[in-house]
Design a protein around this ligand. Structure first.
Ligand code: G3I
Length: 346
């Protein structure tokens, strides 16, 4: 009798498999727990400071956060040797208080570099040897500062062009392709526990980009360079077809042993907003989460802002917007409810 009771107790105490959860989660945080993944958002630091309703939703809904701009080079070292950590620190501290993990974004990029660096190089005041030292020091300083506090870093961002060649950035031009391996090695040395990612857009569907990025990863692995994950930014638009092969692309990277993350998901539309467009948008969000859940190695889905009140889209694409899960008043859109209804594919 006794062993039977113990066996019964063990069965009852075991967590239900995610697909067997009986009810729709009440919010994204509960969805994340039910599905065993991290659900994140990019954070606008001015909004975090100044808008109580923004803060409430952020801290209620998300288990993971990325600084939208606050950890980029121009933000943390606007003048040479002058570091401003106020915003980045505030994000990390807010995350700690609200049980959120942090993705560091980003260490090496061709955009949002400080003017002292770009003009210094352009005017020949910084030579290639010094530039390499500057990059090493930047990575080391920033990763060390958040050692143990940042789960994953986007070490290199957008290093491949649409045609599959390496991006003609200041880094490639002056340091050669070896800067990629160097960046991963320096980041690993500064925080051996942090998961190190390569991150890019259009990687959901663009064949030349996919093939080159796979080769970069294989090459780094063959040389023993510490790389742990691939980030698919996931900037989608409903005027384009949904990238139907995305889950297979994720699997190809997972087969190399990488963690998969959707790092910057948003789904824009040509304005004005209509019910029909919102329904299509909801379907894109639903499919993105379903694709992630269908690949064992995909354990993070981060949206690039959660409210249309603060989104990069209208500033970058004329006449487009409404790309987020919540509207400008923080009311959930159909896309939000679509995410809550996703079940893990069996
Ligand atoms: O900081 C200045 C501020 O001082 C000034 O008053 C204001 C006036 O326009 O501009 C501010 O800078 C803006 C910055 O965001 C901070 O808000 C820049 O103009 C603006 O261009 C910049 O845009 C950011 C963009 O990256 C830059 O490339 C977006 O907010 C940010 O969402 C976007 O994020 C990128 C990811 O990092 C990488 N993947 C693509 C994604 C979307 O472009």
């Amino acid at each position: 009798m006794k062993p039977l009771i113990i066996a019964l107790a063990l069965i009852l105490a075991a967590p239900l498999p995610a697909y067997a959860h009986p009810r729709t989660p009440r919010d994204l945080r509960e969805l994340a727990h039910q599905q065993g993944i991290r659900i994140g958002t990019a954070v606008d630091l001015a909004a975090l400071r100044g808008e109580a309703d923004y803060r409430t939703v952020l801290n209620r809904e998300f288990t993971h956060v990325t600084a939208e701009n606050a950890m980029k080079w121009e933000s943390v070292e606007p003048e040479r040797g002058v570091f401003i950590w106020r915003d980045a620190d505030a994000l990390v501290e807010n995350a700690r208080r609200n049980r959120q993990r942090v993705r560091g974004h980003t260490l090496v990029w061709h955009n949002q570099l400080p003017a002292w660096l770009t003009t210094g190089v352009a005017e020949g005041k910084i030579d290639d040897r010094e530039l390499r030292d500057i990059l090493r020091d930047h990575i080391t300083t920033q990763v060390r500062r958040y050692k143990g506090k940042i789960r994953a870093w986007d070490v290199v961002n957008e290093v491949v062009e649409e045609d599959g060649t390496l991006r003609q950035s200041l880094w490639l031009t002056h340091l050669g392709p070896g800067y990629i391996a160097d960046a991963f090695r320096w980041a690993h040395r500064a925080d051996p526990q942090a998961k190190l990612f390569i991150n890019d857009y259009n990687l959901e569907w663009n064949a030349p980009k996919i093939e080159t990025t796979l080769s970069i990863v294989k090459d780094l692995q063959a040389r023993g360079v510490p790389i742990h994950g691939i980030g698919f930014q996931g900037h989608l638009g409903i005027q384009y077809d949904y990238p139907g092969d995305w889950a297979n692309v994720m699997r190809r990277f997972a087969d190399l042993g990488l963690e998969i993350a959707v790092t910057e998901l948003d789904v824009r539309m040509v304005l004005p907003v209509t019910e029909e467009k919102l329904a299509t948008q909801a379907d894109y969000y639903r499919r993105a989460l379903t694709d992630c859940l269908s690949v064992e190695a995909c354990r993070e889905l981060t949206v690039w802002g959660f409210t249309d009140r603060h989104s990069w889209v209208p500033g970058w694409f004329d006449g487009e917007g409404a790309a987020c899960l919540l509207d400008e008043n923080l009311a959930p859109k159909p896309a939000y409810r679509a995410l809550l209804s996703v079940k893990r594919p069996r």
